[in-house]
Design a protein around this ligand. Structure first.
Ligand code: ADP
Ligand code: ZN
Length: 216
């Protein structure tokens, strides 16, 4: 099973991805994670991507094309994958169709996490991450027991560089302008499932499970 999860920044793609991967045993392909790793390691891709990312803008399609082709050439892809944060433009979606065709693969389902922009501001500006174990907190909605410290492993929590109001505004406008057309693109093939992402984590995941269990 090959899946795609789409949603505005803060809609819960990361959280839901973790749960989906666990339950359905898929490989996670997150362009955001891959780009952040590239920035951290100072690779050529990272150097190209870093400024766009900090501003909240999209990284150019050519850069994304290359990292996706590279990722899809690895063996673990055979077990099925979940794309998270990709494709983010119609151009990337058209490009992906060609790449998948050449590999004799297809997308089985697109999960669209629906949520209003107003809710996202609190989710994003309050978000804190554990760099060691990956646990996600929120100073307003899900604070750690001790401020700034991970409950699970005791590491110091960090904030993503683009999780500020200014970059969020850019990310949201990029989302509406570039990523919503991607949903319309897949809508034509009838594989989009809309999920209400406003509810609590368990409820949202229950809805996703119901959708996916109907597929496999
Ligand atoms: P979010 O959805 O919360 O904004 P991501 O981790 O998916 O976060 O992406 C963070 C940033 O990485 C984006 O704002 C953008 O700069 C870049 N990025 C990630 N995926 C893509 C992509 N498919 N195309 C272009 N830029 C991307
Ligand atoms: Zn931790």
């Amino acid at each position: 099973m090959n899946l795609l999860i789409i949603g505005a920044p803060g809609a819960g793609k990361g959280t839901m991805s973790e749960l989906i991967l666990d339950k359905f045993n898929l490989v996670h392909v997150s362009t955001g994670d891959m780009l952040r790793a590239a920035v951290k390691n100072g690779t050529p891709v990272g150097l190209k991507a870093q400024e766009y990312m900090n501003r909240g803008e999209l990284v150019p399609d050519e850069v994304i094309h290359d990292i996706i082709v590279e990722r899809l050439s690895q063996d673990d892809i055979e077990q099925g994958f979940l794309f998270d944060g990709y494709p983010r433009t119609k151009n990337q979606a058209v490009d992906l169709d060609e790449i998948l065709k050449s590999l004799n693969k297809k997308i089985d389902c697109v999960i669209n996490l629906n949520i209003e922009d107003e809710v996202l501001v609190k989710r994003i500006t309050g978000r804190r991450l554990c760099p060691e174990c990956g646990e996600i907190y929120n100073i307003y909605l899900k604070p750690s027991k001790k401020e700034g410290i991970c409950d699970k492993c005791g590491s110091e929590l960090i904030q993503r560089k683009d999780d500020n109001l200014e970059s969020l505004k850019v990310r949201l406008s990029e989302y509406h302008k570039n990523t919503q057309p991607v949903i319309e693109y897949y809508e034509k093939t009838g594989i989009v499932k809309h999920v209400d992402a406003t509810a609590g984590v368990d409820k949202v995941f229950d809805e996703i499970k119901t959708v996916l269990e109907g597929l496999c």
